[in-house]
Every structure is written in C-alpha cells, then in structure tokens.
Design a protein. Structure first.
Lengths: 140, 115
C-alpha cells in the first residue's frame, strides 16, 4: 500500500475515533436535575395546610357538602392560598375538589411558572359518608 | 513522518483515556445525585400520603371507616404509585404504605385519640 494511502486511512480512523469521543462527551452525562425539589416541598406544605388551616378545611368541607362553593368561601380560600404561595415562594397553586369546585392563587412576584407537579388529598364529607379527592397542583 | 504519526496516535489515545476516566467519574456522581433525588421524592410522597391518612382518619366516624379505607386504598394510593393496606382490626389500627417500584415501606399506627 502506498504511503499516501496509509496516511489517509490512518487519518480517517483517527477522525472517526475523535468524533465518537466528542459525541460520547456531549451526550453521555445527561441532565442532573430531574426534579425541582421546591415542587416536592411545596406539595407537602400545601397538602398539610389543607388540614392544618382550619379556615381552609372547614370552607372546603362545607362547600363540597353543599355541592358548590359560595363567593365568600372562594374568596377566603383563594386569599389563604395566595398567602401560602407567597410565603413558600412558589409560582402558582391550583386546588381542585372533586365534584365541587376549584381554587387558584398566583404569585405575582415570581417568574412565569413552567414546571408543575400534582399531589392528592382526601376530603371526608359528612363525617366520612362521602370522600372526595382533592388535587393540588403546584407550579414553579 | 512516521514518528510524527506515532506521536499523534499516542496523544489522541492518552487524551481519550483521560476523557473516559473523567466521564466515568461524572457519570457516577450524576447517578448518585439522581438516586438520592429519587429517594427524597418518593419519601416525600410517602410522607404526604401518611399525613393525609392520619389526618382524615380522625375525622371519619367509625361506621364510615370501611368506605374511607376503600377510598384510601383504591383511589388515593394508586395516584401516588403506592400500595396502601389499612388494618382497622389490629389494636391499635395500622397502615402500611409500600412503594414497590423503589422498595420503600412505611408502617405506622393510626391515631386512636378520637373515634
């Protein structure tokens, strides 16, 4: 084999090796942050708040037992949620009570929320005769 | 010319080996971080579910607890990807939460202060 052909073959092999190496370096590691832990902490705190904040809890139960929420209940729960969203430095929270209604609060100071995670709770109505699912969607 | 080509090959191979070792270290640390994040997330979900079970159990009258148990086991547990078994006949009543995908288990007594 002539010397020039040998050099060309060698160059091609090296070029192939280098390109494989670069692709491996660029794509090999993947993303480190798969979860935003603020969502998890926010989910825990919000689900806890549904039970611990007696004003929210009684408003959610009373409205769900009637089948719909009054203006005063909506205003109270939305205001409370808004306070918690600001305190926890989250972007937004949505609370949906199965078959009764929904609530929402947005943190105006936070950047546009892009990621969300759903958490669930249970709302016993009429001392447990009926149990409604509550979905809490937390955004950051 | 041949000496130059040989040097070039050796340099490329050495650089490749260094990059490979570095990459393996990075990959391993990323895997550890991911694993700890998964554990934290799944533990957090179990903690939320436990919280919901303990708090609602207290608000349910004994005659409605079978319906409550069904709601917890059939509706709420699957939403968290967790198998829930409530045993109201044991003294004190217990609940077991099992995340089979990640091998996490939480077992606890249900509050009996109010019934």
């Amino acid at each position: 084999m002539p010397l020039k052909a040998q050099a060309l073959t060698l160059e091609a092999v090296l070029a192939l090796f280098l390109s494989i190496l670069f692709i491996y370096l660029l794509l090999g590691t993947g993303s480190v942050s798969e979860w935003d832990m603020r969502l998890e902490r926010g989910g825990y705190d919000f689900v806890n708040a549904l039970y611990m904040d007696k004003e929210i809890y009684s408003a959610l139960v009373e409205g769900a037992e009637r089948g719909a929420y009054s203006g005063a209940e909506l205003s109270l729960v939305n205001q409370k949620l808004s306070t918690y969203v600001d305190l926890l430095d989250l972007g937004r929270v949505d609370v949906v009570v199965e078959g009764a209604g929904s609530f929402s609060a947005v943190n105006e100071k936070a950047p546009e929320p892009l990621n969300k995670e759903s958490f669930y709770a249970l709302l016993p109505l009429r001392n447990g005769e009926d149990n409604r699912l509550v979905e809490v969607v937390v955004w950051v | 010319m041949r000496a130059m080509a040989g040097m070039f090959i050796i340099i490329v191979v050495l650089l490749g080996m260094i990059a490979w070792v570095f990459q393996n270290d990075m990959r391993e640390s990323h895997l550890v971080i991911k694993e700890s994040q998964i554990n934290e997330v799944r533990s957090n979900r179990l903690a939320i579910l436990r919280n919901v079970i303990e708090r609602t159990y207290e608000d349910v009258e004994p005659k409605h607890r079978a319906a409550w148990e069904n709601s917890i086991e059939d509706k709420l547990g699957p939403l968290y990807g967790v198998e829930v078994v409530v045993d109201q006949n044991s003294i004190p009543p217990t609940a077991v939460l099992e995340d089979r995908t990640y091998g996490l288990v939480s077992e606890f007594y249900l509050p009996t202060g109010q019934s």
